[in-house]
Design a binder for this molecule. Structure first.
Ligand code: AMO
Length: 461
């Protein structure tokens, strides 16, 4: 491994490291002292070491500007020809955009510079040169379609807008964890390679597990329920779910991240209460913690008011009919119907009391009218965000429902077993992380809020 060090623009020396010494020695040589955001005009005269990517360069003949970008922002590096070592000046002018450099320089207060300061370099180390032309423009001058962006995702993610989304995603999940922990939930991790379908037999990705057939998990559903039999009382998981759906839409992925909870000795209304407070908390946390990122995205999330409206399935059906859409009782709502209801309501809302047959086998029917179930969906006006229910905890009823749904109870042995030796009443929900984020940030395409999305056509990068 070789590192080239330029001192005053001249190749000062080349160091060769073996793997053992690389970590300590090379880090010393590339020790950055400041991020862009750490530097202020008041540091006028201070020596700093900054590092990052060359975002832009402007050559005015006698003066050369580099805009250096790091995770925190941009810095203007200014070289006046007459005052700069000619070798350094020339080597700076030969640099290609997006090369990674390290600069030691003096901070100079400068009103006209973007942050009120510029850096006058004393040394410049080229740590990694970038090829050109670049696979896409990230300065915002030339737009790129989503496929071009995803094909070179590492480069696309260098854009402020992309970075902002993932900083916010980090904060969303931090808020989720803090909130659920404050409500007594324990974080768990369940298997992603499984033997049985969770949500019914469709939409499974089969894989070969040694010489047996296995599947990628569609949801932690069965395992989070088993954890209720284990007496863990309140659990949550943030993890990958895999859906082999053929959809090629702006709100479906084949690999998504689900936030799942399950809680014992509660009913569906208790977990709805947790869900709406969690959504509220996430919006508050992001509004407070992510002001610069929200500015980069040009959005101001409106914190939803509590409690959320609750429509029954039958109410929702009436609204759809009033809007000119007909849905048969017992059918799920299609996209257009969902939109029409969402437009009529105009804010987050729940649809409760779904027909039992539209929901999965584990959903508890109402005791007094088995055609309806103790179930709910949480809706944003644009789309469904979460679904959940009171679960069946009786072994016999669950077996019956599995059979009634046309599934073979023998395939669910490991799950059903947990219901035979003391399963408490329980309820829970699954919330799509990507849908929560895309609706909060007014992002059109779900692929934008996933680092490396998996959809019908995309398996790489
Ligand atoms: P459901 O299948 O409704 O319920 O999934 C829950 C939530 O996960 C998100 N989601 C998806 N997001 C993007 N692309 C997909 N293909 C996709 N599929 C699902 C949605 C959805 O509302 N086991 C139940 C949950 C429960 O009852 O606890 C379940 O998986 O936001």
């Amino acid at each position: 491994m070789a590192i080239l060090l330029f001192r005053n623009g001249v190749l000062a020396h080349t160091k060769t490291y073996n793997n053992d010494t690389l970590a300590s020695t090379s880090i010393m040589d590339v020790m950055r002292t400041h991020y862009a955001s750490d530097i202020t005009p008041e540091m006028n005269g201070d020596l700093v070491t900054v590092a990052g990517w060359i975002h832009e360069m402007r050559d005015l003949g006698g003066i050369y500007f580099l805009v250096l970008r790091d995770r925190s922002g941009f810095m203007q590096i200014t070289m006046v020809k007459k005052k700069t070592d000619p070798a350094l000046f020339d080597s700076a002018r030969r640099l290609s955009r997006e090369s990674v450099i390290l600069i030691e320089g003096i901070v100079k207060e400068e009103e006209k510079a973007p942050n009120g300061y510029e850096i006058i370099p004393q040394t410049l180390n080229v740590l990694a040169e970038s090829d050109s032309p670049l696979p896409m423009d990230i300065t915002g001058k030339v737009g790129a379609d989503i496929d071009t962006r995803l094909d070179s995702r590492f480069m696309d993610l260098r854009q402020r807008r992309s970075l902002a989304i993932f900083v916010i995603r980090h904060h969303v999940l931090q808020a989720v964890r803090n909130f659920l922990e404050s409500e007594g939930f324990l974080e768990i991790h369940t298997p992603k390679v499984v033997a049985a379908a969770t949500e019914g037999g469709t939409a499974l990705f089969p894989i070969t597990y040694f010489n047996r057939e296995a599947f990628l998990n569609q949801s932690p559903q069965l395992y989070k329920q088993i954890m209720m039999a284990a007496g863990f009382d309140r659990v949550y998981e943030i993890g990958a779910i895999f859906r082999a759906e053929e959809h090629d839409t702006l709100r479906h992925l084949n690999e998504a991240t689900s936030i799942d909870i399950e809680a014992s000795f509660v009913d569906q209304f208790d977990v709805m209460d947790i869900l709406e407070r969690l959504i509220h908390e996430v919006y508050v946390h992001v509004s407070h913690s992510c002001a610069p990122q929200l500015r980069d995205l040009g959005v101001e999330p409106v914190i939803p008011e509590l409690p959320f409206k609750r429509l029954t399935y039958d109410d929702a059906l009436d609204i759809a009919t009033q809007q000119g859409y007909s849905t048969e009782w017992g059918e799920d709502f299609g996209t257009a119907v969902e939109r029409a209801i969402g437009n009529a309501v105009g804010e987050h809302y729940f649809i409760i009391d779904w027909p039992t047959d539209t929901k999965p086998y584990y959903t508890h029917p109402y005791e007094n009218d088995q055609a309806y179930s103790r179930s709910f969906d949480l809706m944003h006006p644009r789309m469904e965000l979460a679904s959940g229910s009171q679960r069946i905890h009786s072994y016999h009823l669950l077996r019956q429902r599995i059979e009634a749904c046309g599934l073979d109870p023998d395939g669910f042995d490991f799950y059903l077993k947990a219901f035979r030796y003391g399963m408490p009443p329980h309820a829970g929900w699954g919330l799509g992380t990507e849908r929560l984020i895309m609706t909060m940030l007014h992002v059109e395409n779900i692929r934008e809020v996933v680092l490396f999305p998996r959809d019908r056509r995309r398996l790489s990068p």
